[in-house]
Design a protein. Structure first.
Length: 620
């Protein structure tokens, strides 16, 4: 949560900072602000979006050549101006992403020394600690080192000072942060995509590392948490690594990667108003890229030997695990348990087998905490992440990658279907390696996955139907999604998508459970979307659909060609999507994404930045 950015350049950086912040708004958008290094250390903050900073900065026309910026998702302290970043104190301005766990203790200590705080945030202790160190004779980089040594928790920090107009300082522990460089520019951001067009290449800042950024290069220092003995002189930190473009590198080699522009026009020439819609259209490429990255990937012996897996995830990633569970169990002849990460982390039952952690961002705090339980018992964890350089990507014993490309819209779309494909391919690879499971099913499933990118492209053509249904749901103000087997899990994903984008009350339920209570909500005209593929389970789910239709619900069946005839006997409306019962999860997922997207548009909501949400949830 929260996005941070910083830049040093040979010319004023304020406009670039705001543009970069705009691309980080998926991380939070309660408030935004920038600070510019040098005399006066000007800070500009607003409640609302980064773009709202533009008129403020136009009026002020700040000239600083080094600066920092922040877009906030409120955790400590309400979404109020005084809690907006940057926080400034005594010649230091700081932006922070993460949580300082010992901020209460630090505040108390600082208050005893006469410090006053202007915000409720945990972050504000950072400029106070740095200014204390400056007052004791530290240089700005020493002050940041000293500060990091007392901070507990997770942080990505960027700081500028009044004393150094051409220098930016950054530090990282547990929260994502990259450094980047280009012609005469050095920059930092929570996500490299924010810097597209401003810097050329980026590298991850390592855990427990500080960097000094100037127009000439980037100097790296480790944060060594060590006590100085009384009276021992503080030493000027010497960089362990100096990296400059086009020059030889000393010490460690860092992996630099080109910064891609996620908003460039698509190869097919289509342009989209929203990231979310664009990402729905990108599913064929995302699936193909994920498939290509998985081909030939071998499973570790400890994974092959295991017959019990625990899928741990949150939100859409959890539903992806739930949709694919039966496919893995059948393809590999193993048992797959499902655990909600935020609940699992506090369970007392000992972990068993291998953990399969699914996370688009790889930064979800609850999933990371659940992983810790497996690691504490010496059990392996497989990370299924879309961001390889994420906390889970780095910590897991094995990564079974999702390669969907950057997802900016807060709603998971292409990452969800790419996770489905990766999970099903995992089941096939596991069954083959173990020699267990249903071999004929594996062959059929592999063919279905080969076809999945094309099925997603075809399913996108159902958009006009999704748009009409969306108008109706927007008018009704609610929707119920039901299914059986994987359809029950997909129903939950469809409901989550509708809820988060349209803010309507939507529920996803196993169809067989309706009669145990939820059927009471059905009234005349209630929209009920039924996931009903033309497979052996169709008769049962249609029987459940009939029960709601008999009580006045308007049943809309999502099916494929083989299930259309049976569905139309029960449903008021049958939507026949491309493919068959094996590819149906992909086709139905795309339809539900379009449905949620158009319902949100019909209600006038901000599709890419739905209220109260952030893309990566790095708090518990
Ligand atoms: O990055 P993760 O996959 O771990 O995120 C998990 C959930 O926060 C995420 O799937 C969330 O539910 C999405 N906004 C759903 O569209």
């Amino acid at each position: 949560m929260c996005g941070i950015v910083g830049m040093v350049n040979g010319h004023p950086v304020a406009a670039d900072l705001v543009a970069a912040l705009g691309r980080l708004e998926y991380r939070g958008y309660d408030s935004a602000g920038v600070a510019l290094a040098g005399p006066g250390l000007p800070v500009h903050r607003i409640l609302g979006r980064a773009t709202d900073l533009v008129p403020v900065l136009e009026a002020e026309s700040p000239q600083g050549h080094a600066g920092i910026g922040h877009t906030r998702w409120a955790t400590h302290g309400r979404a109020e101006l005084r809690n907006a970043h940057p926080h400034r104190h005594g010649g230091v301005a700081v932006v922070h992403n993460g949580i300082i766990e010992n901020h209460d203790v630090l505040r108390r200590q600082l208050r005893e020394k006469g410090h006053h705080f202007a915000s409720d945030t945990d972050s504000e202790v950072i400029p106070h600690l740095m200014s204390e160190a400056l007052a004791q004779g530290c240089s700005p980089v020493e002050a940041l080192l000293e500060t990091c040594r007392v901070l507990k928790g997770a942080y990505a920090i960027a700081a500028v000072t009044a004393a150094e107009p051409d220098r930016l300082l950054v530090a990282r522990m547990g929260s994502p942060l990259v450094v980047a460089r280009g012609q005469g520019v050095a920059a930092t951001a929570s996500d490299p995509a924010a810097l597209a067009g401003m810097a050329h290449e980026y590298a991850a800042l390592a855990e427990g590392e500080i960097a000094e950024l100037t127009g000439e290069g980037i100097h790296f220092h480790p944060i060594r948490i060590q006590e100085r003995r009384r009276g021992e002189r503080r030493q000027q930190p010497r960089p362990v690594t100096v990296e400059r473009r086009g020059q030889g590198r000393r010490a460690e080699q860092r992996s630099w990667q080109l910064i891609a522009d996620p908003t460039a026009a698509r190869a097919d020439g289509r342009i989209f108003t929203h990231h979310t819609r664009r990402e729905i259209a990108e599913q064929p490429e995302a699936l193909a890229a994920t498939d290509a990255a998985l081909r030939g990937l071998a499973l570790a012996p400890a994974v092959v030997a295991c017959d019990r897996f625990t899928v741990i995830a949150c939100g859409s990633s959890l539903f992806a695990g739930a949709v694919a569970r039966d496919a893995i169990e059948r393809a590999a002849g193993v048992t797959v348990d499902l655990e909600v990460a935020s609940e699992y982390r506090d369970r007392s039952a000992p972990p068993r087998g291998v953990a399969l952690l699914i996370s688009q961002s790889g930064e979800t705090a609850d999933t990371i905490a659940a992983m810790a339980r497996f690691r504490a018992d010496g059990l392996p964890a497989i990370g299924m992440v879309n961001v390889r350089e994420s906390a889970i990507g780095r910590a897991a014993e094995m990564v079974w990658p999702v390669t969907a490309g950057q997802e900016i819209g807060v709603a998971a779309t292409k990452s969800f279907t790419s996770q489905l494909l990766a999970l099903m391919r995992f089941g096939i690879a596991l069954g083959e390696a173990r020699g267990t499971g249903d071999a004929a099913y594996r062959v059929a499933l592999a063919h279905a996955l080969d076809a999945a990118p094309g099925i997603c492209a075809e399913a996108e053509k159902s958009e006009p139907i999704a748009r009409i249904l969306a108008q109706r749901i927007a008018g009704e103000g609610e929707a119920l999604f039901i299914g059986r087997g994987w359809g029950a899990a997909l129903a939950q994903e469809g409901a989550l998508k509708l809820k988060e984008l349209s803010y309507l009350r939507a529920q996803g339920y196993p169809a067989g459970e309706l009669k145990h209570g939820p059927i009471a909500v059905i009234r005349e005209g209630s929209p009920v979307i039924v996931c009903t593929p033309g497979d052996a389970g169709q008769a049962k789910v249609l029987a459940n659909a009939s029960a709601v239709a008999a009580r006045g619900a308007r049943v809309v069946a999502l099916t494929d060609a083989s299930g259309a005839e049976a569905a139309s006997g029960t449903a008021a409306e049958t939507i026949t999507l491309p493919g068959d019962a094996l590819t149906a999860p992909f086709a139905q997922a795309v339809f539900m994404q379009l449905l949620a997207y158009h319902t949100a548009l019909a209600l006038g909501h901000d599709v890419d930045r739905p209220r109260n949400l952030a893309k990566s949830v790095t708090v518990e």
